[in-house]
Design a protein around this ligand. Sequence first.
Ligand code: HAM
Length: 529
Amino acid sequence: MSESAKPESERRKFRAIKGTRDILPPDSALWNWFENTARSVMESYNFGEIRTPIFEETGLFARSVGLSTDIVSKEMYEFDLHASDAVHTSRLLYFESRSALRRMGRLYHLVTDLESAWQSNRIEQNDKNKRVIDELRSIYDALFRDLADDKALANADGTPEIMRLFYRASDLMLEIDIAQHVVLRPEATASVVRAYVEHRLDTRPGDQKLYYIGPMFRRERPQKGRYRQFYQIGAEVLGASDAPAIDAELIEMLTVLLERCQIEKYTLLINSIGCANCRPAYVELLRAELRKPEIFERLGADSKRRVEANPLRVMDSKLPEEQEIIEKLPKISQHLCDDCKTHYEKLKRELALRKVPFTESPRLVRGLDYYMRTTFEITSPILGAQNALCGGGRYDGLVELLGGPKGIKGIGFALGEDRFIDAIQEAKKVHATRTADVFIAWMGENAYPAAVRLARVLRDAKHVVELPPAEMKFRKALERADKAGARYALIIGDDEIASKQLTIKHLADGQQRKIAEDELVNYFGSKRN
Ligand code: HAM
């Protein structure tokens, strides 16, 4: 039985993949309001939008976010850019074949697989692959046509000429660009820095102040406020200066956004995690402390693993039984070099100057490897377990690490849009639902062309208009208008056409007025910019 012939209860239904979700009206109106508000705040600080691809080379994140981080080691969605499994397998089989006869058979499969992968774009269609495939085909033809008769294949290796061609074929096979490993981006700072280096943005005058809005992907355990596809709004400043005023202004910008969203319950946590001069000694001190048996034995499995790989991360463990131990560990703030100490002190003065209240948190080390000096997070008690609204910090060596020019500094943040929306809804102060301004209640064939024309006139004046596609009895239409939350019903029937006077009903109080068509836009007021 075809799927559509089955009763509805038996038809296969599809659901959004675990950890992903649909954002529907009216919630989407709040998302749009929030994005527009964030854009206008960031643009008032002279940030410009950057849009980068959603997938990037795996190596970009491995190198910048760091191999030992949870994000890179466990949470990335990785795939091959070209689905060339068949080619990959037949290449392996070719290398494993022991006799000339076997190898001939494997070569046949490989060449045909390669040609069909090329045709269906499952391997990269570049010049190198074309050259390799053509040469492999000619080797194969030469072997079959001229060389590999029964006599030649009687010997396991074939003749010296056959062997030479097999060797050449092996070399060629290693040259094929079979696959490029890519991932769905788990964050966007690495992408922004990649784009900065790729497009030589360092040659543009002044600091580059860039913002982005878009989905990120991490294979985390889904729960409230934690998704596998989630949305971030982030901003990055890249340039020659690491002045703490840049850090402070970026943080101030975030507090302005919080204010516009009327989120009042939040805490700004700040810390400095030092630099390449002072951090290594601190990390060693921390590791030595954590290795002490009386401490090590009390750590959970994750922290035990981190003692060697990345002891700083023990600091942000949330395990209740580790809290007492962590409180007593040496604090990085007491081990900063003079430059880092001065930078941090200036940051605090710059924040005070901007009247931005903050709390120092020596445990705020952040889970990504690229950070140095300033780190910060904004948490909100209204969010529950996933309470980080946003996080960020300085990453002065990253441009260089990703192949860019020396001496370029960077700082940025990303906020979790999903969590901001929750916080806005919890605070219940901003309402951004969108309903129709005008519902056009038309009746009769004569009224319809006027209804279509007037809908257009009102929409051009930026009004939200609902025009029912089929005729409705007036009473039904007015009920529908009311339910849709429209403010006005514009009534057009035979009487209105004959008298050239439109009827407008105010749905809040039921009052009706008559107006001439050319007064319509004035009556509602134009919303045109
Ligand atoms: P992050 O701390 O990994 O930093 O993420 C920033 C924010 O994204 C978090 O505070 C949280 O609000 C949100 N977020 C993270 N994971 C999820 C998730 N699974 N579901 C929902 N929301 C989530 C970064 O991504 C850095 N790139 C920030 C940055 C920019 N640092 C410098 N520049």
